[in-house]
Each structure stands twice: as structure tokens, then as C-alpha cells.
Design a protein around this ligand. Structure first.
Ligand code: VJV
Ligand code: CA
Ligand code: ZN
Length: 373
């Protein structure tokens, strides 16, 4: 398999930000991922770049001036007042006003915008930003641990060069912020795979397909608990193949949310590291300019393992990776097995029990057939 030029966006400070005690979202996982990528000697095989931090003005390409101004001004002390008692901009415990919030957002967004520029200029074939993928952020409001929508900003950057961009989201949650941003355009197709049914954010049925010119260009694949590698692949491959055929994207953005892995603290799927990474391998094979982003993922060790392995997949060296972890600063923490693996568990796959997976696949393919060639 031919080699790809891979750009890896990383800011050494990103792991130091914290959402607060007990909050499931831990930016530290990016730092642990980076330590594994380093220990596996991948850095000298890629273009390692520190993202230029996104300015407030850049953020307003998607967000309102008022909201961006708020993000740059708010502190833990002024949050109550500036959110009008938690009714505007930040609502509830999911999105605390933590110290360094605006800087954290500028690193995450800067990485995704940089990745888009790097791809569009042709300097790289694949660009990676594990600090990105914050798909719930809305135009005028934070949501689900996400404040600035780095994905929307990255796609807007790609649209300066490319006629059509495909967005794929394998995070366990629905990619609602990205879907909403491009709901009425036929230049961006969004496709989210997610748990649906009494689960955050509650959107993403197969009836939601886009509006106006965008009708048919939002694809939703609602799933149930316990989906395995085999089941996931049986819907991912045909749906994505059909999209590549009918939409012919000039570039692809893949949100690699790792809460779809088995054993995630918030997720409820049963994917192994290999099932998750298969999505990366599948798109790399198709030889289309590709951006890999992070997203959810709440069992930190498994997130780091999987994103490190997916970095190897981008480089095409996954077969040379020793599944016994090399020495690294977190080695002891990866015990008792010290391995690069995320195993499945014995939970039921509710998607196959009642034939719902087959229905969902047929439905999605039918929607895409209508776009024709
Ligand atoms: O389900 C919700 C919303 C509530 C209100 C707020 N409480 C805390 C939880 C229920 C209805 N929010 C989800 C948000 C999930 C975001 C996923 C983000 C991504 O992976 O898609 C992309 C990065 C939710 N699930 C679990 C929690 N919130 C949660 C939040 C906490 C927490 C424990 C669980 C916030 C603070 C603390 N503990 C201390
Ligand atoms: Ca998703
Ligand atoms: Zn998620």
C-alpha cells in the first residue's frame, strides 16, 4: 500500500486544560495519546505541526459575535452573571466555564482549520487533530462538552477550495451541531452513526434528511446498544460506499469519537479498537483527501490506545505495530496487560436481535439511491 503524507496537529499545552473535578471530558487523553504516538516512534514519520490558535474573529465564521465575545470574557467567577443565571451560552453542568476555556477552544479549532488548509493546499494527504471533533457546539450556544465547533470551521475552510465535502461521525452521540450547520446545502453531506433512543442529544432519526437544496444530504444511522465490529461494519461499509458513489466528495472529514468503543464510560456500543479503526482504514483505501478528528471518548486508556493506533493506520504502518506497549511515561497505568487493545465484552447486540440494523441500512441506502447518479 502506498504511503500518504500525514500532518499531525498537536499542541503540548492541550492536555493541561480541565473541565473540573469529576467531569467526564478529559483533555489529558490527548496528552496520553501523544505519549503513545511518540513511544511508537511515529513522530518522525509525519509532519508534526503546532496549530496556529484560532482568533475570535475566525470563530465568528460560524458562531455569533456575541457568543464568541462571551467565551473570551467568561471566567469561573463571572459565569453565573454572564450566562444570566445559566440560561444563555452555557446551560447546565455539561459545559462549565473552566479556566482557560477560550484558549482551549482556540487550540482545538486552530488544529481543525490548520488541517483543512494543509489538505486544501495539497501539502498533505491526511491531516490529524485529536483535539478536534467537538460536534455539538451551536452557532450561539455550547452543548454536550463542546463550545466552539472546530468541525464546522474546518469544513468551511475546505469549501473555499473544494466543491463537495463529506462529513462522517462515528462518535456514539449524534453529530447534531455539524448537521444543523449544513442542513440546507448540497455541498456538504453529513453522515452520523449514533446511539438513538433516550440518549443525548435526542436528535438524528432517519426522517431527518436535510432541507431545501440540502434535502437528502443529511444521513442518519440510528443504532441501539451493544453494536459489535461485525454489525457496525455491515452498515458502515455499504452506506459509505454508496455515499462515495453518489456524492463523489472532494474531501472527507472523519470524526473519530472514541465513546463508541466497548467499555466507554458514557457510550453503550461494543466496538473493539480494530472495529473502530476499520473506518479509518476504509477511507484511507479510497484515496480521498482525509481529515481525522477526535471527539468523545471517556475511558481514557482506551481512547489513547485507539487514537494512537488510528495514527498508525493513517501512516499505513498498523501491521508493524507491536501490540505489547512500548515503554512510555504512562506504562504502569496501562497494566495489568500493558497491551494496545480494546476488547469486546459479552453484552447483547440489540441491533441484530430484532432486525433493526437491516432496516436502518436499507433505509439509508434507499435515501442515497434517490440522489441518483
Ligand atoms: O445527557 C446530558 C444532559 C443532561 C443534563 C446535565 N447532566 C449533567 C447530565 C444530563 C441532559 N448530557 C450528556 C452530554 C454528552 C456529551 C457527549 C459529547 C460527545 O462525546 O458527543 C462529543 C465530545 C451527558 N452525558 C453524561 C453527562 N452528560 C455527564 C456530565 C457531567 C457529569 C457526569 C455525566 C458533568 C459534570 C460532572 N459529571 C461532574
Ligand atoms: Ca455519531
Ligand atoms: Zn460522544
Amino acid at each position: 500500500m502506498s504511503k500518504r503524507k500525514v500532518a499531525y496537529y498537536h499542541d503540548a499545552d492541550v492536555g493541561a486544560y480541565t473541565y473540573g473535578l469529576g467531569h467526564p471530558m478529559k483533555p489529558h487523553r490527548i496528552h496520553v495519546t501523544h505519549e503513545l504516538v511518540t513511544a511508537y516512534d511515529m513522530l518522525d514519520k509525519m509532519q508534526v505541526l503546532r496549530p496556529k490558535r484560532a482568533s475570535a474573529e475566525t470563530m465568528t465564521r460560524f458562531h455569533t459575535d456575541e457568543y464568541v465575545h462571551f467565551l473570551h470574557r467568561v471566567t469561573p467567577e463571572t459565569a453565573e452573571e454572564l450566562t444570566y443565571g445559566g440560561t444563555r451560552f452555557l446551560v447546565g453542568e455539561d459545559n462549565p466555564a473552566f479556566e482557560g476555556l477560550a484558549e482551549f477552544c482556540s487550540i482545538s479549532a486552530g488544529g481543525s482549520i490548520g488541517a483543512a488548509q494543509r489538505i486544501a493546499s495539497g501539502a498533505s494527504d491526511i491531516a490529524i487533530n485529536w483535539a478536534g471533533g467537538l460536534h455539538h457546539a451551536k452557532k450561539r450556544e455550547a452543548s454536550g462538552f463542546c463550545y466552539v465547533n472546530d468541525i464546522v470551521l474546518g469544513i468551511l475552510e475546505l469549501l473555499r477550495t473544494y466543491p463537495r465535502v463529506l462529513y462522517i461521525d462515528i462518535d456514539c452521540h449524534h453529530g447534531d451541531g455539524v448537521e444543523e450547520a449544513f442542513y440546507t446545502t448540497d455541498r456538504v453531506m453529513t453522515c452520523s452513526f449514533h446511539k438513538f433512543g433516550e440518549y443525548f442529544p435526542g436528535t438524528g432519526t432517519q426522517e431527518d434528511r436535510g432541507r431545501g437544496k440540502g434535502k437528502g444530504y443529511a444521513v442518519n444511522v440510528p443504532l441501539k446498544d451493544g453494536i459489535t465490529d461485525e454489525s457496525f461494519q455491515s452498515v458502515f461499509e455499504p452506506v459509505i460506499s454508496k455515499i462515495l458513489e453518489v456524492f463523489r466528495p472532494s474531501a472527507v472529514v472523519l470524526q473519530c469519537g472514541a465513546d463508541s468503543l466497548s467499555g466507554d464510560k458514557l457510550g453503550c456500543f461494543n466496538l473493539t479498537m480494530y472495529g473502530h479503526s476499520h473506518c479509518v482504514q476504509f477511507l484511507r483505501q479510497h484515496n480521498v483527501p482525509l481529515i481525522l478528528l477526535g471527539g468523545g471518548g471517556y475511558t481514557v486508556k482506551n481512547v489513547a490506545r485507539t487514537w494512537a493506533f488510528e495514527t498508525a493506520c493513517a501512516l499505513g504502518i498498523e501491521n508493524e505495530i507491536d501490540t505489547n506497549l512500548p515503554w512510555n511515561p504512562y506504562f504502569e497505568w496501562f497494566g495489568p496487560r500493558y497491551r494496545l487493545e480494546v476488547a469486546a465484552n459479552n453484552m447483547d447486540d440489540l441491533n441484530v436481535k430484532d432486525g433493526s440494523l437491516e432496516k436502518v441500512r436499507i433505509n439509508a441506502l434507499e435515501q442515497l439511491r434517490e440522489l441518483g447518479p
